[in-house]
Design a protein. Structure first.
Length: 306
């Protein structure tokens, strides 16, 4: 079962989820959804609720209120069916380092009644064949991460959840993991929800980015829009007239005002449309400056120096 709304296929949907630990409210009515085959980044500084959100989705802790729907199943009412749709690596890969890689995979295979043929396919897919009989403690961090990811793939999940997947990986390990994640999404239609501090990887991998701040969803943005958009700084004397025009303009993504300085975010291609708008409405402006608006700039705007 997959939840369908307005031609989108929701693999994961959170509605007004809240969680407190004592008097500390960690999550405050957060809502978002993830579509089939979509890679979604979950970003924010430490302590804003990323790991708590992931632990709630994976049923490691329970929310105080709100609903979580996975593949059309209510996590609270149909827990086993909902959890059968997901696999996750939360914080550190949970591996038995004193066993071989194959023993680790085989243990999970038997629990989930997966065929040996499927197990061998996963081992080959993750590029572990040459070292699968070696003890895991001899693996590099990148190999451990690939092994953990391979174990996740045994059950062919609809949703893969990764908490800081590139932590500690060297450049080659990061590149391999990136390729694997993209292939799983594009070829297998697997949805992937990943938290990460490595903004350059989020920018390369993700279709959308969810920004969480102080336990609330600050914004959800298409990575393509972030890449293709610019923030233009425009100086306008007639502030009220300008704001009225800009507020009702459908090609403008957002704006802020500081005295007579407007910061206007929109696609690069719409700059001429903006200038025509000013001209047709006899709105005088003095100077336009371009401000970069890639993911790191977006992050800085939301979180400042954190």
């Amino acid at each position: 079962m997959i939840l369908r709304r307005e031609n989108s296929v929701y693999i994961l949907k959170l509605d007004n989820v809240s969680k407190s630990f004592g008097k500390n409210k960690v999550l405050d009515n957060i809502s978002f959804s993830i579509n089939e085959g979509e890679i979604v980044g979950f970003v924010g500084p430490n302590g804003v609720g990323k790991t708590t959100t992931i632990r709630i989705i994976t049923n490691l802790i329970h929310p105080d209120k709100g609903n979580i729907n996975i593949c059309g199943y209510d996590l609270q009412k149909e827990r086993e069916k909902a959890l059968s749709c997901i696999s996750a690596i939360v914080e550190n890969p949970g591996l038995y380092t004193f066993l071989s890689g194959k023993d680790n995979v085989d243990f999970i295979r038997k629990i989930n009644s997966v065929s040996k043929e499927k197990m061998n396919d996963v081992i080959n897919y993750m590029g572990l064949s040459n070292r699968i009989n070696d003890i895991v403690k001899t693996y590099s961090l990148g190999m451990k991460q690939r092994l953990a990811l391979g174990i996740c793939l045994l059950t062919e999940p609809k949703l893969l959840i990764l908490d800081e997947p590139t932590n500690g990986l060297d450049p080659s390990g990061t590149i391999e993991l990136r390729k694997t994640i993209v292939n799983l999404s594009k070829k297998n239609k697997m949805s992937i929800f990943m938290s990460s501090h490595v903004l350059s990887e989020v920018e390369k991998i993700c279709d959308r980015v969810i920004f969480i701040k102080d336990g609330r969803i600050n914004s959800i943005k298409s990575n393509e829009n972030i890449k293709n958009s610019q923030t233009f700084k425009v100086y306008i004397a007639e502030v009220e007239k300008a704001e009225k025009l800009i507020k009702n303009c459908d090609f403008i993504n957002g704006y802020t005002i500081n005295n007579n300085e407007f910061l206007i975010n929109m696609d690069n291609k719409n700059l001429n449309d903006l200038l025509k708008l000013f001209m047709h409405n006899e709105l005088d402006y003095t100077g336009i400056e371009i401000v970069n608006s890639m993911l790191e700039d977006e992050y800085s705007k939301i979180y400042g120096g954190k």
